[in-house]
Design a protein around this ligand. Structure first.
Ligand code: MFK
Length: 562
């Protein structure tokens, strides 16, 4: 019999995840943990069981039918079987609802994001419509528009598969996904005094959703983000027909293949202003901050899935006389990935913890700027980590990792989007600068790092905490010294933000590791030491002159400086 390799398999994804178990044991009081654990264990089971179904459904993608047999424009999107299943499972398990039911007060966000984290990697990013749905509920609640809240929020946060809605977020236009202020969609009043939107949305999430939040410029408003307004719309009428919207095509993307990302033409779709008829970017920001947190959760989830598969495979696969897991170099490679993942997990769930406190109205005033800064940091840092970790995971499988029907390449393709959508690494780095410019923000970040370092006693963890603190302080000092030099600060913004992000990950992990050591678990300490050894400080001098030599043409602003 020729040799055949047994494929990797997944155990219950909750019980098998010691980093998550350890984190939740610290974040949740025993009574709360005991109350939520059955739902997490159940989701861990569902996630593992869905994995073979996900592989079987690998090749199917949503389809768009634009015309029926008789020449009627229908623009119907058929989702894949896996996504139809995901719709039901996530509603029933309350993957959005838990955050709004708030059964455990401020801790409900931790519960909800743990559910999302467990579920996400078995469904080819069904987290996208859920993120939009959660973000839309949050933005509507923040708007105070009682009519829209009453109409949509009960659906968005429902556990009933027959009643639940998802929301789209239609922001990106051909003018760009980053510079949203250039949006060309126009809002015009119709004869009845209602609003109708005209324009082209170029990259819309989940065109199958029952509602969407979008930006448009009320006629006569000035250019720029401030001249946009946030609108609510329901794409279909009671008969399921699109209301003056054409689905021009579905995007052919590198990954997230199950997601029906579409190009739309809005040809007078009725819409309702969510709030003021200006300041649309500001009004949609609560949505962005929630979806960016989902992005970080998804990054952790993909890293964890890749590592779980690679570890299982390494325990089965033999090369050069022993199992891969016993080969020192392979084990060392996996250890480095685990450390990156654990750092990401701690930063992400610190954001979830703060968000939960904010929503439950128990946030200390000084923590609001901290949440504002940590959100883009978590998004950008974890997204980059997820690409490098899943790339290593592909390699850890050798040739099998490069073969589509193992399901491994999909992890890397899906991770790549996490650095792009909801703001690229560079846009998020600039957002970090924006967040740090608010009064009290730098001080609160420094205080967070100091209080984490103060919790650490073990000498090897003190070294980690000191590396983290010194990188964070060094980065903040760099910003302070260069604040007047816009070109210097912008050119270094990515390295600056990644230094803060990795520094906070190491600081959080070191503090957690001390807590775990005190309870006899040495593994988080090993992760903290390895994360620090992988490197925290990315901020070498941002050499503007070298950048000018290396870029083909001078970045904007550099020429002006000459
Ligand atoms: C797995 C789950 C992942 C989810 C799947 C997603 C699929 C969907 C596909 C997509 O739609 S991706 C597109 C998402 N698009 C973005 O994320 C936009 C990226 N660009 C930015 O974030 C830019 O920074 C921004 C559009 C905000 C810049 O626009 P402006 O008009 O130049 O903004 P400006 O003037 O800096 O800020 C306007 C106001 O908003 C300011 O407040 P004030 O008016 O009071 O001064 C800002 O402080 C505020 N603001 C901006 N970003 C904020 C914010 N406030 C709070 N939080 C933020 N993040």
């Amino acid at each position: 019999m020729p040799f055949t390799q047994t494929p990797p398999a997944l155990a219950n994804q909750y019980d098998d995840d010691r980093a998550l178990l350890s984190l939740l044991a610290r974040l949740l009081p025993p009574g709360v943990l005991a109350a939520v654990e059955p739902s997490l264990r159940e989701m861990g089971r569902v996630s593992a069981e869905l994995y073979p179904a996900q592989l079987a459904d690998r090749a199917s993608e949503p389809t768009l039918t634009q015309w029926d047999a008789w020449g009627n424009r229908v623009d119907r999107i058929e989702l894949t079987p896996l996504w139809r299943q995901a719709e039901r499972i996530t509603a029933e398990h309350g993957v959005v609802a838990v955050a709004y039911e708030r059964a455990h007060g401020a801790l409900s966000r931790i519960h909800q994001f743990a559910l999302a984290y467990l579920f996400t990697p078995s469904t080819d990013i069904y987290s996208c419509p859920l993120a939009m749905t959660d973000g839309a509920a949050r933005a509507l609640l923040a708007s105070g528009n009682e009519e829209l809240i009453a109409r949509a929020v009960p659906h968005l946060t429902s556990r009933d598969p027959a009643a639940v809605w998802t929301s789209g977020q239609w922001m990106t236009e051909t003018t760009g996904g980053s510079d949203v202020g250039r949006s060309e969609t126009v809002a015009r009043r119709d004869a009845d005094g209602g609003w109708r939107l005209h324009g082209r949305k170029w990259f819309t999430s989940a065109a199958t959703s029952q509602m969407a939040l979008t930006l448009a410029r009320p006629e006569g408003n000035p250019p720029g983000g401030a001249g946009l307004a946030l609108f609510y719309l329901e794409p279909r009428d009671a008969n399921g027909r699109l209301r003056n919207i054409r689905i021009d095509r579905l995007k052919e993307k590198l990954g997230t293949k199950k997601l029906p990302t579409a190009e739309l033409t809005l040809d007078g779709v009725p819409a309702i202003p969510v709030g003021a008829l200006s300041g649309g970017v500001r009004s949609i920001a609560p949505m962005l901050n929630v979806t960016r947190t989902w992005n970080a959760v998804s990054a952790c989830a993909l890293m964890r899935r890749g590592i779980a598969l690679a570890r299982d495979y390494a325990a089965r696969r033999e090369a050069f006389g022993t199992r891969l897991i016993h080969q020192p170099l392979h084990a060392d490679t996996l250890a480095g990935l685990q450390a990156e993942f654990e750092g990401a997990l701690h930063l992400t769930f610190r954001v979830a913890e703060l968000l939960g406190r904010d929503e439950a109205g128990v946030m200390e005033e000084g923590d609001r700027p901290l949440l504002r800064v940590l959100t883009p940091l978590a998004k950008l840092t974890t997204a980059r980590q997820s690409v490098s970790v899943t790339s290593e995971v592909v390699e850890a499988f050798g040739g099998a990792g490069y073969v589509e029907d193992t399901g491994i390449p999909m992890l890397l393709r899906d991770a790549q989007v996490l650095t792009i959508w909801e703001g690229t690494t560079n846009v998020l780095a600039l957002d970090t600068l924006r967040a740090l410019s608010s009064p009290g923000a730098p001080e609160r970040l420094a205080a967070e790092a100091a209080s984490l370092a103060a919790a650490v006693r073990d000498p090897s963890l003190r070294a980690v905490a000191e590396s983290a603190s010194s990188a964070i302080h060094g980065a903040m000092a760099w910003l302070g010294a260069n604040v007047a030099d816009r070109v210097m600060v912008e050119a270094g913004a990515r390295r600056f933000a990644l230094t803060l992000g990795r520094g906070m990950e190491a600081a959080l992990l070191a503090a957690h590791a001390q807590w775990a050591l005190d309870r006899g678990d040495a593994r988080p300490a090993a992760a903290a030491r390895r994360l620090a050894a992988n490197g925290i400080d990315q901020l070498r001098s941002a050499d503007v002159d070298d950048a000018r030599l290396l870029a083909e043409s001078p970045p904007r602003g550099m020429a002006e400086r000459d």
